[in-house]
Every structure is written in C-alpha cells, then in structure tokens.
Design a protein around this ligand. Structure first.
Ligand code: AMP
Ligand code: GLY
Length: 422
C-alpha cells in the first residue's frame, strides 16, 4: 500500500496532537507542517516562515509539493479566510470546513441567528451594530449579562458583566475602543447561563455527525478559576457529569439539528464542529460553536481515539462517515498546560526549556515552542500541554502532574487544579 503524505496547517498543541496521531497511521507517509513548532518538527517537516494565515503562500506550497495528498487546516483564521475553498478550487484535498461553513465560529451573530431560526437551545440574545443601541439595551436588561464581540478574537472577545455599569464599560470596550479590533463591529448581548460547561467535538461530513467523547476545558489562567480568560489551561476527558442522558439530549436537540441547519442554509459543514455546551437546569444550551478541534481539547480526545485518524479524515472529506465505526479507548486523559509567566497578557519569549527524564508514557504536546541554536525555547503564551492517559481520571491526572515536574523554563506556571473533580 502506498503511503500518503499529509500537510498540517497550524503550529500549536492541537496541531502537534493531530500530527502525532496521524504519525501512528500506517497509511500516512511524510508529514509537513506550516509553520509547525519544535515538537512537531520531531515528526514532520516544518516551515516556520510560513504562518497559518499566509494563505497565498500555503496554496503555493501545496501547488509546489505534488506529493501532498491531503491538507488538514486546523486553526480558525485560515478556515474563516477560505483556505479550504482555495485548495479545493485548485483540485486539492483538504480537511476542514469552507469559509461559508466556518462562519458558524467566525460570526457569533450568524451562529446565534442560526440557532434561533432552527430552534436550537441557546441563551436569549440581541445583536447590535451600533454602540448607542447596545447601551440603551444594557440600561434595561437583566444582569449579569454576557457581551460577545461578533468576530474571531482568540477566545477573548467575551465579557461577563456582573453589573449594569460593567456592561456599559464592556460595550464601550468592544464597540467604541475596538479592544478586539474588527471583531467588535457588532456585539451580541446575551443572558447569563448557570450550569456546568462541557466541550463536545464532533466529526461531520455535511450530513452525518459523530460526536467524540466529551471534554472539559479550564479557561481561566489561575487556580480556582481566577485570573483572565485564556485559550485554555488544561483539559480532561471523559466528563463524568455529562451522562448518557445528556449525550442523547444533545444529539437530538443540538448536534443533528445544527448539521441539518447548516445543510439547509447551503453551508454543509465538513470537518470538526466543536459544541461549547452549558448543562443548565432546564436543558442543555449552546454557548458557542467552533469550526475546528479545540485546543487543548484535541490533546485529550485524540489520544483516546482507537480508529485511524487518517481514515476518519478521509470519511469526512468523502461524505462516508456514516459507514465508519469511530472507536475510543476506555482510558481517561488529562492535559495540563505549562504557560509563560504573564500569559495571557504580556510575557517573554525565547526561554530555554529543560526536559529532564520525562517518563515515556507522558505525551508532551508542544504549543508555543521553537528551535534556537539547537535548543528548544518558548515562543508563545501556552508553551506545552503535558498529557497522560490513565485507567481513570484520577490516574491520568496523577501521571500528567508527575510529568510536568520533569519540565522547566524561566517563568513557567501552570494550574494545579486541572480535573479537580477527582
Ligand atoms: P465563548 O467563547 O462564547 O465560549 O465564551 C467564553 C466563556 O465565557 C465560556 O466558556 C463560558 O465560560 C462563558 N460564557 C459564554 N457565554 C456565556 C453565557 N451566556 N452565560 C454564562 N457564561 C458564558
Ligand atoms: N479551548 C477552547 C478553544 O479551543 O476554543
């Protein structure tokens, strides 16, 4: 059997987990990554000079490398910019939604309106494109209230406002000061939901949806959910409080209706659809959609996948997902993120990372790392995702926290309460 070469677009922990998993497939030959990072470079040919948002250069790269069979587009920006459309137009195979489908993440106004139109449960909301109208609404609405910048804002465009005053400040920040740039052209103002959060990622081929096991992210920077919102400081899977009953409810009321809705809108979704869910007293509600694997959710669900990831990607692209059995291990998985001091605000880069006898069972997914003079140095806020499988969450967590003790760099910090439920 001839092995197939794959290109992965992106350079974070999620992309390292995807590369690592694809590297285990007997069907996959060479792996390329744009830009990749120091960890991905151990299994793939990386090109650090081509960023994930340089979509012209990426298309050129694929055109020039005739040996690439499939391109996996992992991050939100190139998806929203239409990289998959561009590759398909030139006859190349690509995994990920088109720009028309990726809008489910790229515009919160679009996704809220979609849910309203198709009766998919979510927090009640209004969308405003003028600051004046948003301020007037905030004068009368119930608090706490949640403000969301419409566009992509690195997971940071959401403000939870406990008082009316804070909500006015938030409208000013998003719409007048443009703290999240062009993402703040419109604002979604929605009611505050109370409940437990769960992330469910699902493979979709436009028609069929196959949810992966649930995972839970810890979004705040510091222990006890203190500090600022981040891209995610750690994850675990499975989620014990997301029961069979929840799985059925979500499938029936959320997952299937969403995939059908996108199809009806002429925007069939092919790729990974990420459902950010809130388990509320009156049922499960959608907090957000993402058009891709979560990061660091991918780091805990991919190690649990038994089926060949390459086969899953093929089935998604070909629209044959219904026929594929996608299987998972019973074992639990926990990922603890090691971050640069100061993240998510200001932090320094270029700190040498020391790995001292990291046990073999620990998976160290690189997120923000680079090679410099033969050394591995930090190059981002989230630096590493130290990940372990275990017979249950308690065992997996103990191994992940043991693993992180073998790693250090100047200013490194991590949360000590990832998966504190066990
Ligand atoms: P999002 O990017 O939309 O997932 O929002 C980021 C985080 O803000 C979520 O993970 C939740 O913790 C919180 N959040 C978002 N929307 C709401 C809401 N309507 N009620 C309560 N919390 C929310
Ligand atoms: N961990 C949250 C996200 O990937 O959006």
């Amino acid at each position: 059997m001839e092995k197939k070469n794959v290109l992965i677009v992106g350079g974070g922990g999620r992309e390292h987990a995807i590369a690592w998993k694809l590297g285990q497939s007997e069907k996959v030959g060479k792996i390329y990554a744009l830009p990749g990072n120091a960890g991905i470079a151990e299994i793939a040919e990386c090109h650090p000079d081509i960023k994930a948002t340089d979509i012209d250069k990426i298309v050129e790269f694929v055109e020039a490398h005739k040996d690439i069979y499939m391109t996996v587009v992992a991050p939100d920006d190139p998806l929203a910019m239409g990289l998959v459309n561009r590759l398909n137009a030139k006859g190349h195979r690509a995994f990920g939604p088109t720009a028309e489908a990726a809008i489910i993440e790229a515009s919160k106004a679009f996704s809220k309106n979609l849910m309203k139109k198709y009766g998919i449960p979510t927090a009640e909301y209004e969308v405003f494109d003028s600051a004046k109208a948003a301020h007037e609404y905030v004068d009368k609405c119930k608090v706490p209230v949640v403000l969301k910048a419409d566009g992509l804002a690195l997971g940071k465009g959401v403000l939870i406002c406990g008082t009316r005053e804070a909500a006015h400040d938030g409208v000013k920040e998003i719409m007048e000061d443009k703290a999240f740039g062009a993402a703040g052209g419109k604002v979604v103002v929605e009611s505050f939901l109370v409940g437990e959060e769960v992330s469910v990622l699902a493979y979709c081929d436009g028609t069929t949806v196959k949810p992966m096991p649930a995972s839970r992210d810890h979004k705040r920077a510091l222990d006890g959910d203190k500090g600022l919102n981040t891209g995610g400081m750690g994850t675990y899977s499975p989620v014990p409080f997301y029961t069979k009953r929840h799985e059925e409810e979500a499938m029936q009321k959320i997952f299937v209706p969403t995939v059908n809705a996108m199809k009806s809108e002429g925007r069939p979704f092919k790729g990974v659809l990420y459902f950010g869910l809130m388990l509320c007293e009156d049922g499960i509600k959608v907090l957000e959609y993402n058009a891709r694997f979560g990061d660091p959710e991918a780091q805990v669900v991919l190690p649990r996948l038994k089926t060949d990831l390459f086969d899953v990607f093929e089935a998604v692209i070909d629209g044959t997902l219904e026929k594929l059995d996608v299987e998972y291990r019973e074992e639990a998985c926990v990922c603890v993120v090691a971050a640069s001091g100061g993240y998510p605000e200001r932090y320094e880069k270029g700190k040498e990372i020391t790995f001292s006898d990291v046990p073999d069972d620990i998976m160290v997914f690189h997120a923000g790392t680079a090679k410099k003079d033969g050394k591995v140095v930090t190059s981002g806020g989230r630096v590493l995702g130290v990940t372990a499988l275990g017979s249950d969450l308690k065992a997996a967590k103990a191994r992940a926290y043991e693993g992180i003790k073998h790693i250090s760099f100047d200013g490194m910090f991590y949360r000590h309460d990832i998966c504190k439920i066990v």
